[in-house]
Design a protein around this ligand. Structure first.
Ligand code: ATP
Ligand code: MG
Length: 627
């Protein structure tokens, strides 16, 4: 290089300048690499004083690894041949510690081009280097984290909606490998309906305008199956606000959704069961009291009929009253059946022959517009139920079917044995029920048939009878698709079938004797009626309104029979019967009950009389146990 003499700093001034610089190590090497000058910066980074390094080879600053590859000499060769050598790397300080150096080596040549040595400029970049390393490491960790997350699908999409990367969670949830999906439009994860409605573009619009889009909805996996996704889309912008793309986070919440739905249905079932239980208690209680009242009405009417002069008009009125009371008694029985407080004579029943024996009655009940098809498989097992109650239940279901087919149709009655149960099904081709009606159909007094037409007790009663038999009532229906009502009844075990024969009619016994009867009931109205009926039958009656009173009356000898109510405060009829059996073993006790209220053991042993009873039934029951 030509040196042009200008008025400027002298060589001495240059030396002072270089010496003063502390941020750069600036020193010179001989052509062989021996250190020939040293400045303040070099002293600061490397820790050597000038006199310690002058004349030594500059390779003392290099690590063993670099020495092994001959780096120091290579650096000089490159600098000499190419005019410059620049590098970064770890160098050693005097105390053996390392610093990250950025170094430049320039050859120094004389005017003749001959190599005089090298200028070396070194900077300590340790802090910057460490910061860079740290950044790279944390970026790498973050990348691995995102890629490795499997619970969330995390990926980015371009402003146009093209998938640009794909993590493990995305692969797991959506089923695509990265190479299958990167470069594709993200709308393929949406359902066809959502795509047609423009949902993908709308989601990006919302994210673009508000910064964020969040929603739950059905998405489609690679295999075509659907899953319920919770989706968040965030707009990603560079510092000056232009849109780089979107980050998309998707979670599969199908399981959560299912668990939620299951919880809701369980809760609904529980509430429904509780409601039915409460209605049952209420209905049962009302029906029980009603039963007693109707008994009083019916028996009084019966007695009145005997005493009235034979006036046809009076008789017609009396008949009206009796029919009304009997209709009331039938309703009461349905209510008791729903409340599962009906007297049930459970026994093995052949469902097929029961239904066949009802065929004529069913046909006439449903009318000529409706065909009744009965079809049972051979070898249907016997079931456990009360045949009379079961027949009433079947009739009720047939009448419902009729009402659902005002224009005519077909009722199919079939059954199949499945494991522990026989399913007896009564299906119609009628108008069906919507889900609201279906849900409430079994509730007592629920009817869609209008005042005076339906009482809403039909299905309640069927439901109660099925449950009291140890089975249940299932209803399936849809509007316009007809209804299937299925009574599930427990299969009777083999050994039980021998008892299937109906009890032979009891031979008539002499019924002319006058008896001394103790009548016990805490309800005075009922007691008075029983007494009237007994007296009308020619018996002598002593009354008691409690168990205790009855016991004291019994001290007076000569009773042929005790007729007692069961549900009485302090002492029940069954308890009274037990005491009587101990003290007066010869006196029979007849217990009158309105529903299945006797304790199991007592229920089987004690002669019972169902309320409400007519004078004839009372008379039959008396001569059944008195001889
Ligand atoms: N087979 C059926 N098809 C369509 N709806 C039915 C059917 N069975 C019952 N339902 C609906 O369920 C309601 C309740 O039936 P349920 O038998 O308990 O009472 P009801 O028939 O209205 O009156 P009741 O039987 O006391 O005369 C009916 O009013 C009707 O809306
Ligand atoms: Mg009905």
């Amino acid at each position: 290089m030509k040196s042009i003499e200008l008025a400027g700093p002298s060589a001495e001034q240059y030396r002072l300048l270089v010496d003063a610089i502390t941020d750069y190590g600036i020193y010179m090497l001989t052509p062989d690499g021996l250190i020939s000058s040293w400045n303040a910066g070099a002293r600061r980074f490397k820790g050597y004083e000038e006199h310690e390094v002058l004349g030594r080879h500059f390779s003392i600053f290099y690590t063993e690894d670099d020495l092994a590859t001959g780096l120091p000499n290579k650096a000089l060769r490159v600098a000499a041949s190419e005019g410059r050598f620049e590098t970064q790397g770890w160098r050693l300080k005097k105390d053996g510690s390392r610093f990250w150096a950025h170094a430049i080596i320039d050859p120094i040549r004389g005017p003749d081009g001959e190599l005089r040595g090298f200028a070396k400029i070194t900077r300590d970049m340790t802090e910057k280097h460490n910061a860079e390393l740290e950044l790279a490491r944390s970026q790498d960790m973050f990348r691995r984290l995102v890629l490795g997350v499997t619970d969330y699908a995390l990926y980015m999409i371009s402003p146009e909606g093209i998938v640009t990367n794909w993590n493990a969670g995305a692969e797991r949830i959506k089923g695509y490998a990265p190479e299958e999906i990167v470069g594709q439009h993200f709308e393929r994860f949406y359902t066809a309906e959502d795509r047609a409605a423009g949902a993908p573009a709308r989601a990006l619009d919302v994210a673009r305008q508000t910064g964020k889009f969040e929603k739950e909805g059905w998405r489609v996996r690679k295999d075509g199956t659907r899953f319920m996704a919770h989706v968040v889309i965030d707009a990603i912008r560079d510092p000056d606000g232009s849109l780089l793309g979107f980050a998309k986070i998707t979670r599969d919440i199908t399981e959560r959704l299912q668990a939620q739905l299951e919880l809701e249905t369980t809760r609904e079932h529980l509430l429904h069961a509780q409601k039915m239980e409460a209605i049952g208690q209420l209905t049962g209680g009302v029906a029980h009291d009603f039963n007693n009242l109707l008994m009083a009405v019916l028996s009084s009417l019966e007695l009145l009929r005997k005493r009235l002069p034979a006036d046809p008009q009076a008789m017609r009125l009396l008949d009206n009253a009796r029919q009304g009371a009997e209709r009331g008694a039938a309703l009461t029985r349905s209510m008791l059946a729903f409340a599962r407080r009906q007297e049930m004579a459970i026994q093995p029943v052949d469902v097929a022959s029961l239904v066949r024996s009802m065929q004529d009655m069913l046909s006439s009940s449903v009318g000529t517009m409706i065909a009744v098809e009965i079809q049972f498989p051979a070898n249907l097992p016997l079931v456990l139920s009360d045949p009379n109650q079961l027949a009433a239940a079947i009739l009720n279901l047939a009448v419902n079917a009729r009402d659902a087919m005002p224009g005519g149709g077909t009722i199919r009655i079939t059954a199949n044995g499945e494991g522990e149960f026989v399913h007896l099904s009564i299906a119609d081709s009628g108008e069906g029920m919507d889900s609201d009606v279906l849900a409430r159909a079994r509730e007592p007094f629920f009817t869609t048939k209008g005042v005076g037409k339906g009482t809403g007790l039909g299905l309640s009663m069927v439901h109660g009878i099925a449950e009291q038999s140890g089975g249940r009532l299932e209803l399936r229906s849809q509007p316009g698709e007809g209804t299937v009502a299925e009574i599930w009844l427990p299969v009777a075990r083999k050994e039980a079938s021998v008892v299937a024969a109906a009890p032979a009619t009891v031979p008539a016994k002499p019924r002319q004797r006058q008896l001394k009867v103790l009548a016990v009931d805490d309800d005075y109205l009922v007691l008075m009626n029983t007494t009237s009926m007994l007296e009308d039958l020619g018996h002598e009656v002593v009354e008691a309104t409690s168990g205790a009173e009855a016991l004291s009356r019994l001290e007076e000898a000569g009773f042929d029979l005790i007729i007692t109510d069961h549900a009485m405060p302090r002492m029940t009829g069954a308890q009274l019967a037990e005491l009587v059996e101990e003290k007066w073993p010869g006196v029979p006790v007849l217990v009158a009950t309105g529903y299945a209220e006797l304790p199991d053991g007592a229920g089987r042993r004690l002669p019972k009389l169902s309320k409400p009873f007519s004078q004839g039934q009372l008379n039959d029951a008396i001569w059944e146990i008195v001889n």
